[in-house]
Each structure stands twice: as structure tokens, then as C-alpha cells.
Design a protein around this ligand. Sequence first.
Ligand code: HEM
Length: 290
Amino acid sequence: MNAIITEEVEALLGQADFTGTLDWDGFAVMWGRMVRRIVLGDSARDDERVTEDLRRLRKRGNLSYLMPQNRRLRERFLGRLQEYVDRAEPGSLAAMVAQTPAPEDAQPVQQMPQWLFAFDAEAWATFRALSLAVAHPGAADEARAEMSQAPDLPYLRATVLESLRLWPTTPLVLRDTTAETRWRNGTLPAGTALVIFAPFCHRDDATLPEAHRFSPDLWMRDRDDSDWPLVPFSGGPGMCPGRNVVLLTSSLVLGELLNRRDLTAGKPLDTGHLPGTLSPFSSTFTVRRR
Ligand code: HEM
């Protein structure tokens, strides 16, 4: 994964040097190539059709009760994923699927669409983390120092986690309670459906004085259940199983970008009180060789 990220970020920056700007469109092309190589294998780098097929299926899925199913498209997409599993290119997640024992009736390929689309959220989180690192004096230098001591990247990891705390990509977590729970204004019976609204906890300035500021320190120490809940990847047995892949790949992309160029934000962030939302799609950065 490290080698893939180095190559793809280098290609992206080659393009950015040409225009002097890094924007979402360029970043998203790089991201798609990186994700296909990591999940499906190196030969999938330019297989934009597989990404486009998934995009079309997801778009139809949003209207699933109104639209007829497009079985041909679905079969073509899943068939393509199976081809990559059969190819099992070394280092890819597809190779891990091929090597992992599974019962006869299991369909491991059916997991892979989620892996592919879940990387979208990571792309937004990474581009927002870049805005944070560029806006905060000293953050880029800290990241560069850390890159020279890889493989542990605690500061870069914390920067990505801050991006996810400030702007969670999964703001709602759903649960059914297994026991009676007591609240300030009453009691709920076991079996109650709950919506856990992550931003309510992540931005609670009554409990976290640093709620609206970039505070990587929140993540640089060990956290346990007695800490105020920060749940960008949820918690408990349903916690995102992809979280370490996310934090590894996101912090490497961020580290490579900061380490290789000087970046300046097109529009500065208000670092004293960070905004409640931040669109990655309109963020731009001026790029200069170091
Ligand atoms: C910024 C990126 C990501 C975030 C913030 C994130 C967060 C989450 C959250 C909050 C859940 C729901 C857990 C729950 O219901 O309690 C989840 C589920 C899941 N995530 Fe992620 N995720 C990300 C990326 C990924 C990636 C890249 C993968 C795979 C490579 C992945 C694999 C999964 C899977 C398989 C589940 C379902 C787990 C289950 O139902 O048991 N996620 N994720």
C-alpha cells in the first residue's frame, strides 16, 4: 500500500506542478486509481469502468423502491470483481479474499462493493485533513518530521482523526439497546432503537473546550471507555473493521503530499472556530516545489 501511495501521489503532484494547483478533481482521479490498486490489484489502476458501474448502481440504489433493478449492470460489476479475486494479485485485498477460507455457500465478493465505496468517505476526510494541516502553523513541519521516521505516523493519524471528529463522514450510528437505560428525563426499556448522532458528542464544547479547534492531542494519548465518546468509526463489536486500513492509507497520502510540496489553501480556514461543515469538493491548494 505504501508503494502504491508513493507512486500515485507522485503522479498527482506531477500534474499539479503543471497547473500550480491541487483541486478535488485531480485528487479524486488519483484516489480512484489508488483504491482500485489496493482493493483489486495493480492491473485495475485504469479500470474506470468498474468504479463507474458501482457509481451507477449506487445511484439507482438511492431510488431502490422506485427503480427496476439493472441486473445486467450488477452482474457485469460483480463478475468483474470475481475476475480480480481469481487473478489474486499479490498485496491486493482481492488476493486476501482468494486466500481466506470460506464455506461453500459464502459469497465473499459481495463484501467488496462496500470496501470500494467506503473509500469515498476516506477521500473526503483526507482532503479535509489536508485543509487542517495547511491551515495550522507548524502542522506541516510536524508531519514532515514524522515522515522521515516512518512507519509510525501518530501525528498524521491524529490529523485524519481530527478531520473525522470535526466533520464525521458517518454522522449517524444506529443501535437497539440490550438493557434498560436511564436518562436525565426518564427510562427507556431494552430493545429501544437509538440514533447516536456523532457530531453531538464530537462538537460538545461544554465537555471538550477544544471542540471547534484542531486538537490532534485528543488522539495522541490512549483513550478508554471513561473518555468522552469520540466515535468516527463507531464503537463496540460493530466498529468499522476497515479503520486501520483507513488510517494507514489516509495518513500516508497526507504525509506524502505535505512532505513533497509547499501547499497554501485557496481559501483560509477560520482556525479559531472551525466551521460545522467543510466541502472537500471546493477546496483548492496552491502547489510549490520545496
Ligand atoms: C473515512 C472512512 C471510513 C469511516 C469513517 C468508516 C466508518 C464506519 C462506521 C461508523 C461503520 C458503522 C459501524 C456501526 O454500525 O456501528 C462502518 C462499518 C463498516 N466499515 Fe467503515 N468506515 C470507513 C471506511 C471503510 C473502508 C475503507 C472499509 C473497507 C476497506 C470499511 C469497511 C467497513 C465494513 C465492512 C463495515 C460493516 C461492519 C459490520 O456491519 O459489521 N470502512 N464504517
